[in-house]
Design a protein around this ligand. Structure first.
Ligand SMILES: *[C@@H]1O[C@H](CO)[C@@H](O)[C@H](O)[C@H]1NC(C)=O
Ligand SMILES: *[C@@H]1O[C@H](CO)[C@@H](O)[C@H](O)[C@H]1NC(C)=O
Length: 291
């Protein structure tokens, strides 16, 4: 019995340590389809994944492991052409009523009109923190790098290594932060033409179906979640240099400059400036530095 326990611990520790190495995760090994598997697929020996939406259904996949903190890189090529009404989501989420969630959502548009990148973050069930952007490139022409960076001090949304948004941990000042529960990585492609494109006025044109989003290079450099006992382990340091050097990071001046450029030129909605919506009682994090 004792030796069995030691074996289990050793296995857990190995899995934990391996996840820090940051090798590209094969989609077959690290994810599974949860919806629409009949028309979605992995290609190139599991290095490439394709989600498909047609009139019969959308599709989705999720990671097999849950994680507490880490950097979640994915190269994505979004639905080309007339993608109005379609939404591609790439996000981390825990389960249950008081869930945490960190979102990227890509809202399609008619040809020649820009995609909208929608971001949000929930801590213990509380969201309502939307910020939206247009992009400085065509996200359907090629693969681009969408990375969610989540550590004990901050969450950063990166596109092609340019930070577009930061949510810092101000827990000591009473603002809840996602650091008590593991999150899985999810991605899905579905029809949301009741709201997604130009406020729902533009509907999905099914003559363009099937719609496809393509994924490569999923790289979770992350601490694996095994339940509440993971909190101390993941919050402290781990053997990996990458992780320790990033735990207390803050954006460099150059990165802050890049983020300001995106926010000045491409941000189209910021909940912190939507005074009417909050009846001028702005959420407390809106008054704190976020970089
Ligand atoms: C993707 O972006 C992240 C965050 O900037 C960066 O660490 C990583 O090296 C990038 N990956 C690729 C394949 O470019
Ligand atoms: C679609 O294009 C319109 C007009 O160019 C733009 O205002 C809107 O933000 C774009 N995105 C969505 C999802 O409607």
């Amino acid at each position: 019995m004792a030796s069995f326990r030691i074996l289990v611990l050793a296995l857990l520790f190995t899995a934990f340590a391996l996840d820090q190495t940051g090798v590209e995760a094969n989609f077959i090994d690290s994810t599974y389809f949860t919806w629409g598997a009949h028309h979605s697929q992995t290609l190139d020996w599991g290095n490439h994944l394709q989600l498909v939406l047609d009139k019969t259904s959308g599709s989705a996949f999720q990671s097999k492991s849950a994680y507490l903190f880490g950097s979640f890189e994915m190269l994505i090529k979004l639905v080309p052409g007339n993608s109005a009404g379609t939404v591609t989501a790439y996000y981390l989420s825990s389960t249950g009523n008081w869930h945490d969630e960190i979102d990227f959502e890509f809202l399609g548009n008619i040809s020649g009109h820009p995609y909208t990148i929608h971001t949000n973050i929930f801590s213990q069930g509380k969201g309502n923190r939307e910020q939206q952007f247009h992009l400085w490139f065509d996200p359907t022409a090629d693969f681009h790098n969408y990375t969610i960076h989540w550590n004990p001090t901050e969450v950063v949304w990166y596109i092609d290594s340019i930070p577009i948004r930061v949510f810092r941990n101000y827990e000591k000042e009473g603002i809840l932060y996602p650091n008590r529960q593991g999150m899985w990585l999810y991605s899905s492609l579905w029809n949301a033409d009741d709201w997604a494109t130009q406020g729902g006025r533009i509907k999905t044109d099914w003559s363009n179906a099937p719609f496809m989003a393509n994924y490569r290079n999923f790289r979770p450099r992350a601490c694996t979640w095994f339940g509440p006992e993971s909190i101390a382990k993941c919050t402290a340091h781990t053997p990996s240099n990458w992780w320790t050097s990033h735990v207390y990071s803050q954006l460099s001046n150059a990165q802050q400059g890049q983020m300001n450029w995106v926010r000045d030129n491409y941000m189209i909605y910021n909940y912190c400036q939507d005074y009417k919506r909050f009846n001028w009682n702005m959420p407390p994090e809106c008054f704190k530095p976020q970089y």
